[in-house]
Design a protein around this ligand. Structure first.
Ligand code: G1P
Length: 291
């Protein structure tokens, strides 16, 4: 078996303005909105760590400092908690060692492809992961762990996909599928936000990627696509045929936390899955539904 370069770095594009959640996101980043007691961004970082990824690269913008603070050591908070003999384990997953927390700025909102390109100097010449934190992926193992396992089998580039009702495809990147073998499907084509009647399938890109570093050179010359933005999907499409490209069908549940109803669904589902809350939440939901 050929040795594959391990996936050690992940890029989190978090520069978006979060206008769909205003006014909640006027002064806090939307990635800091909590699903129960963890901000959205932490679910993504935890998923990355579970997959063996060490370095988290946040592509941020103005007003996004709270994300970086969240993964720093909170010296005063921790000292106070220690004085009051409060357990600090709850903060353990929020600490990233200094070299493992990197922030770069996307100074102008030119699209997802441009955001990823902003991280090129930190990514360097290794394959890397991308997480879109709006997409909350819950599974055992997590989505990225499943993808890293697939990467260790086939190498190259991988994206996670899932099926959506056909009328929803135009909100997403869509693949033209080739041969399928278990959880792996060959990617033959990629198109960003196609019209429903022009979409090659109803398999959409669901916000997790493992890409080879060459994508950065492709992005360098990428012209604007759907919505007038530099699209990652268009850059990946140009790599087809030159490098292996597979889609991984995630065995787990996905919540679209970029929408308000998706956010509520995620909150309810995760609460119902927690031992410390499930009984109370079930009783409460039943009571509310009976009204
Ligand atoms: C982005 C990607 C798209 C993907 C989607 C998943 O779109 O460009 O390919 O399917 O995330 O949520 P956006 O939601 O930024 O419009």
């Amino acid at each position: 078996m050929t040795m594959r370069k391990p996936i050690r770095k992940a890029v989190f594009p978090v520069a978006g303005l979060g206008t769909r959640f205003l006014p909640a996101t006027k002064s806090i980043p939307k990635e800091m909105l909590p699903i129960i007691d963890r901000p959205l961004i932490q679910y993504a970082v935890d998923e990355a760590r579970e997959a063996g990824i060490e370095q988290m690269i946040f592509v941020t913008g103005r007003g996004k400092t709270a994300i970086i603070d969240h993964f720093d050591v909170a010296f005063e908070l921790e000292a106070t908690m220690r004085d009051r003999a409060k357990a600090l384990e709850i903060l353990e997953p929020t600490r990233l060692a200094p070299g493992n927390l990197v922030a770069v700025r996307q100074q102008v909102p030119l699209g997802l492809g441009h955001a990823i390109w902003c991280a090129r100097a930190i990514v360097g010449d290794e394959p890397f992961a991308i997480f879109l934190p709006d997409e909350l992926m819950i599974g055992e193992p997590g989505c990225m762990k499943q993808m890293v396992d697939a990467y260790n089998r086939v190498g190259g580039n991988l994206i996670s996909v899932l099926e959506v009702p056909h009328e929803e495809v135009s909100s997403y990147g869509v693949i033209a599928p080739g041969k399928r073998d278990g959880d792996l499907t060959e990617v033959k084509g990629l198109v960003e936000k196609p019209k429903a009647d022009e979409a090659p399938s109803n398999l959409i890109i669901s916000g997790r990627y493992i890409l080879q570093p060459e994508v950065m050179q492709v992005l360098e010359t990428q012209s604007k696509g759907a919505g007038g933005e530099i699209q990652l999907t268009d850059a990946m499409a140009r790599m087809l045929g030159q490098q292996p490209f597979h889609a991984v069908t995630f065995a787990g549940k996905r919540y679209d936390c970029g929408s308000k109803t998706g956010f509520v669904e995620a909150t309810l589902a995760l609460a119902l899955a927690r031992e410390d809350m499930a009984d109370d939440v079930r009783a409460m939901a039943t009571r509310l539904l009976a009204q």
